[in-house]
Design a binder for this molecule. Structure first.
Ligand code: PLP
Length: 468
């Protein structure tokens, strides 16, 4: 295939995309496949001879979509939303067309300058202090790892980078029982060691218990540990719980802990001013992560890390070998110095497209609808004696259990979930709360309608009736 053929194949791709979205409702949300089914369709050895693009494209159409889980499906209520708004898909296609690489200002001036501007738009959209600057990371996991490395190095006056962690006091990082596994991963990878991530139990409001946290910090100091950081959640993945940010940040400052807020999924909802009390005090944080690739429509990958003062992170992650020096190094932002990989995608374009084509008003309306409709279906289940709502969150997420006829609610709920998901009608996932197996309902897909969301109740009822 030659560049001259690209236009006509992009036209074919556009036609395919059109038909994909116009028929997506007819597809099962999750394919009914067993592990390995798809592998059998692929040749086990690489192609020695070139094949025509039409052959490859036909194989794509024949094989790939039916082996996909359709995250943009209006009946996708699993995990968390991962929206790819049409404007974002278009922007990503354009970025791909240019083969952009945005590691330095000089390697894509537009990417760097647009990144600075759209991050500031998002900062304003979420009502955050103008003291924050930011960068676009691939994922919240990477942002949290960067924040943990920065906590570590700031507390060592940046000596860990050169001397390693040998012979120094053991560090301690604190988070809640509810923290996402990316926090565990970051602490493991940072060399601080998983044993030194101290998970603090929750209080009655499902926030880190501040008294327990302070007692633990004092005990650690007395025992010769070095407390370095506090990681807080806004909208935990499992149940959508949030830590009491303001009070906890005051405590972090008292003990000189670097604070990082993981608002990966729920952070975008703060575009709605009426929700901002849920992270009140957030402006005191040192670092915040939220994912436009979840609830803002700028598809994966697109995660924003805001930093009160980026210097410590740049000192931790930045390197300037001679081959990366540019004449204007001192007057520009070279974002590779803020992140782990050198190479960087041009992710700002999709944010620019999405924010301009929806406007903040349009996105607020989508998010408010999701939250309202989730509450409606939660209320339907709540008023049905066969079900018990176990947790309810302000971010369009709740969990429930089915009582079943056998009296074993855990087993009945598990069987119900499997039936619903095998049907392909809608896709729900599970979590565990105090040893209870519960079904999570997470509403946030841009294409979903009130009718789709209310139909979750009908689907659940259908598969419970089957049991009876
Ligand atoms: N933190 C929270 C609260 C999340 O909900 C998620 C994903 O669900 C993550 C972190 C990880 O996000 P990413 O896939 O961008 O690394």
């Amino acid at each position: 295939m030659k560049y001259k053929d690209l236009g006509s194949w992009l036209t074919e791709a556009a036609k395919w995309t059109d038909s994909y979205y116009s028929t997506i409702r007819d597809q099962p949300v999750r394919p009914n496949l067993s592990p390995g089914d798809f592998t059998k369709e692929l040749s086990s050895s690489p192609p020695e001879k070139a094949e025509g693009i039409e052959v490859v494209f036909n194989d794509f159409k024949r094989l790939v979509p039916r082996a996909m889980t359709h995250w943009q499906h209006p009946n996708f209520f699993a995990y968390f939303p991962a929206n790819a708004a049409p404007a974002s898909i278009l922007a990503e296609s354009l970025v791909s067309a240019m083969g952009a690489q945005a590691m330095l200002w000089q390697t894509s001036p537009v990417a760097t300058e647009m990144e600075i501007v759209v991050i500031d738009w998002l900062r304003q959209a979420l009502g955050l202090s103008k003291d924050f600057k930011g960068t676009i990371q691939d994922s919240a996991t990477t942002a949290t790892l960067c924040a943990v490395l920065t906590m570590r190095e700031k507390s060592l006056n940046f000596t860990g980078l050169t001397k390693g962690l040998y012979g120094i006091k053991k560090m301690r990082i604190y988070a809640s029982d509810n923290a996402h596994s990316s926090v565990d991963k970051a602490v493991r990878l940072s060399g601080i060691g998983h044993e030194n991530l101290i998970k603090i139990s929750l209080d009655n409001n499902l926030s880190i218990d501040i008294n327990l946290l302070e007692e633990q910090i004092k005990k650690d100091i007395r025992s010769g540990f070095m407390p370095v950081g506090l990681i807080l959640s806004v909208g935990s993945t499992s149940i959508g719980a949030s830590d009491k940010i303001g009070d906890l940040i005051v405590l972090a400052k008292k003990y000189k802990l670097f604070s990082h807020i993981d608002a990966a999924w729920a952070g975008p909802a703060m575009i709605c001013p009426e929700l901002r009390h849920l992270w009140s005090g957030v402006d005191g944080a040192d670092s915040i992560v939220f994912n436009p690739h979840k609830w803002l429509g700028a598809q994966f990958d697109c995660s924003i890390q805001l930093l009160k003062d980026p210097t410590a992170q740049i000192n931790t992650l930045g390197l300037r070998p001679a081959y990366l020096e540019t004449l204007e190094s001192h007057e520009v932002t070279n974002f590779n110095e803020w992140t782990i990989p050198l190479g960087r995608r041009f992710r700002a374009l999709k944010i620019w497209f999405v924010l301009r084509t929806y406007g903040l008003t349009g996105i607020r309306e989508l998010i408010r609808n999701h939250i309202t409709w989730a509450k409606e279906v939660e209320n339907l289940l709540d008023s049905d004696p066969d079900f018990k709502i176990i947790t309810s969150s302000p971010f369009g997420l709740f969990t429930f259990q089915y009582s079943g006829i056998s009296g074993d609610s855990n087993e009945a709920t598990k069987v119900l979930l499997n039936k619903i998901n095998a049907s392909g009608d809608c896709y729900l996932t599970q979590t565990e709360i105090n040893k209870k197996f519960v079904i999570r309902v997470s509403v946030g897909t841009f294409e979903t309608t009130r009718h789709d969301v209310l139909r979750i109740y009908d689907t659940i009822k259908l598969y419970t009736c089957e049991e009876n």
